[in-house]
Design a protein around this ligand. Sequence first.
Ligand code: DQQ
Length: 483
Amino acid sequence: MTSSPQTPDSAETHDSVSQRPVMHLMPPSQWLNDPNGLIFHEGQYHLFYQYGPEKANWGLKYWGHFVSRDLVTWTHLPIALAPTPGGPDKDGCWSGSAVVHNGVPTLIYTGVHPEVQCLATSDNMLAWRKHPGNPVIAAPPDGLEVTGFRDPCPWQEDGLWHLLLGSGIKDVGGAALLYTSPDLTYWQYRHPLCIGNKDETGTVWECPDFFPLGDKWVLLVSPIPLGRVLYFTGTYRDKKFTPEVQGVCDFGDFYAAKTMLDGQGRRLLWGWVWEGWSDEAQHRAGWAGALSLPRVLSLRKDGTLSTEPAPELEALRQQHRRLTDRNAETQAALPEEIVGDSRTLELRAEFGAAEARQYGLRVRCSPDGSEETLLYYDAAEKRLMAERAHSSLNPEAKREAQSGAFALEPGETLSLHIFLDNSLVEVYANGRACLTTRIYPTRADSCGIRLYAQGGSALLTSLDVWTLRPLTMQAYEPPGKAG
Ligand code: DQQ
């Protein structure tokens, strides 16, 4: 039987409803990938994103657009950018950024193919006019053999626009190329801001993002073939960036992250959370890809990044339950009244002294144990782990574990802050490690939360559980119709 995303059969409808996240931004249907053009403008958070309105799989890219005043009530606005037949973006409007130049909101993005840089401007942040002189950067610098040339990231400095392009130098490694311009239209190539090593940090750096934080600068890149967002914190001097500390923004399904500076002076980060089931399952569901929760970045004394979910998300909390002082090894099952049957939960688990080799929580557990996901700290391996071997009985769901280096310091105790949103899970550990993962439990009763400890005991000092309501999605009222 064939089915289109618009007319899923009944089993698929069940997946569409029960697996679709509700606290994470997604277009009403079809495909989302990278966050684009993140900008706080006139009191509103504008999030553009790579939108594939034609199907729930990789395809032609447009720019979609969400807007909010408070990060929990959002409006899905009309498409901002669509490919122009015969134009430099005929094969897609790829990733980029938003700025305000002389009072004019401006998008700068990559048109394909080949990869060139284009502008579009607007009077009202709704209707976007493409610049007649597009492309404004038509080709890579002469004499440089590049492996990519896309995803512009602009900022203003000393009266000039500065711009990074995500790139790579053949046989050398990923690179961020620096350009400057007086007016966003005439661009001069300066030099690579930073070059990586292909064996360690990938061959192409996609989606660079560059910003000051504390007394350092931060460069984010999404390297091919690593498939993770790397950050470097370091020193920016004489228009060159010297990385001093390197880390991973998120150990799981999180890519192409970008940031914005908001009205409170916060540096907020969003990433693309991709799916963890097959292309066919995405097609049948009729949707694919979500934006992560908004995350607040700050710089720690040791030069690493601290990442916390934005406090505005607390407005989604509904019922609260709490328990204290449980031994994770001997009291794995939590009382029924703590657990409930919600699939959208926020959990804050604080552990005390632990001898266990591994300890944490099991989530989305079925009573018979046939489905469960383990989220835990591996004290022996010094890793934050998501074990998905039994997350789903659906053979189309990915099963491999995801993990990353994370070590508690002497005397430090484990703090796990977890958001469960149907098939999407975000884990924050001690404010400095993140792991986003996709799970697709099939059973209606896979809602349980249990404690987990292996190789010794671990004390859970407290567990706070909140049920969460969905984001509020408001209908878009075209100008003139509102009020
Ligand atoms: N996605 C965009 C590119 C970018 C990549 C195309 C990263 O501009 O390099 O959808 O996911």
